[in-house]
Design a protein around this ligand. Sequence first.
Ligand code: SAM
Ligand code: SF4
Ligand code: SF4
Length: 336
Amino acid sequence: MIIDKLKRPVRDLRISVTDKCNFRCHYCMPEEIFGHKYEFLSKDKILTFEETIRLVKLFVQLGVHKIRITGGEPLLRQELDVLVKMLSSVSGIADIALTTNGYFLKEKAETLRNAGLKRLTISLDTLDPQLFKKTVGRQLELHRVLAGIEQAVELGFSPIKINTVLQRDVNDKEILKLADFAKNNGHIIRFIEYMDVGNLNGWRMDHVVPAQEIIEVISSKWSIEPIDKNYKGEVANRYRYVDGSGEFGIIASVTQPFCGDCTRARLSADGKIYTCLFASTGFDIMTPMREGASENKLFEILQSLWLERSDRYSEERLSFPDTSSERKVEMYQIGG
Ligand code: SAM
Ligand code: SF4
Ligand code: SF4
């Protein structure tokens, strides 16, 4: 097992399979920038499934045993089920999860489950159909996402995780409604503090709804208590409803950073490795791979990237909260 400069092993690999998305969430791909003329990556600039699997096998040798598929919107990648199937047969991978906006889930969930997908996280910021159109930046229908969630439950993806990014004066009045929805349907909702990922979303600290406030709002209606993390490195702080009706999580990356336990590496669709969500650059592994580098050479590159890693951006942000001048990778490129 190798460890980075802060003694953290690499356990999880997040693979972004496309930079495209059918939503234009303001905090990730604002429409003003990602309009009709925006040029996304062409097919030849995106890792093939074979190249992805080659890298996954090398990451397994370094210590990775969990994969999360993300995007952009991963369900827009053609034949994603083929990649899931290929990942399922890599020995050493114990878990394959997917994060999606859920819009195409109803149609695709069954093929993905049959291919070996184990867990699903679905992003949902509001239960109000009008606000939904506003938050996703397009005239799209909330009921499609809800139908996708229902379909996933029927197929046995349970419990479903729901990711909700809370933004001040956008959806902060919906905490109880969303918590109730999750509780009644057996889902685990995780409220996420809005993060300053990238440079395009105009993030400000006062847009963040802090974890403490989320806890106060939920406790105003239900008795809750903290519970232990499922494993070291889990990003969400967990809470249970004392009446036994379920649990929820809070990902407090802004007010209570967890860099000390961060075991995640990220691979973008264009074949760059990022050792932090807030990195300014990624290491282009696609080029040496396409120029014929051997497995040993690629392994050495990945190993040295991890050995040199010292990222702890969110902890540093606590002391220097104005990060607007730093150049950072965008969320749609690495998928959270
Ligand atoms: N398109 C898929 C989706 O939305 O689930 C996968 C990619 S998306 C980038 C992954 C997750 O990152 C989503 O749950 C999204 O809400 C979250 N996210 C995006 N931008 C964020 C930000 N600035 N702060 C916190 N979470 C963010
Ligand atoms: Fe698309 Fe997900 Fe980004 Fe929203 S958060 S724009 S759904 S990639
Ligand atoms: Fe990991 Fe970087 Fe996030 Fe810290 S800021 S938890 S190092 S991704």
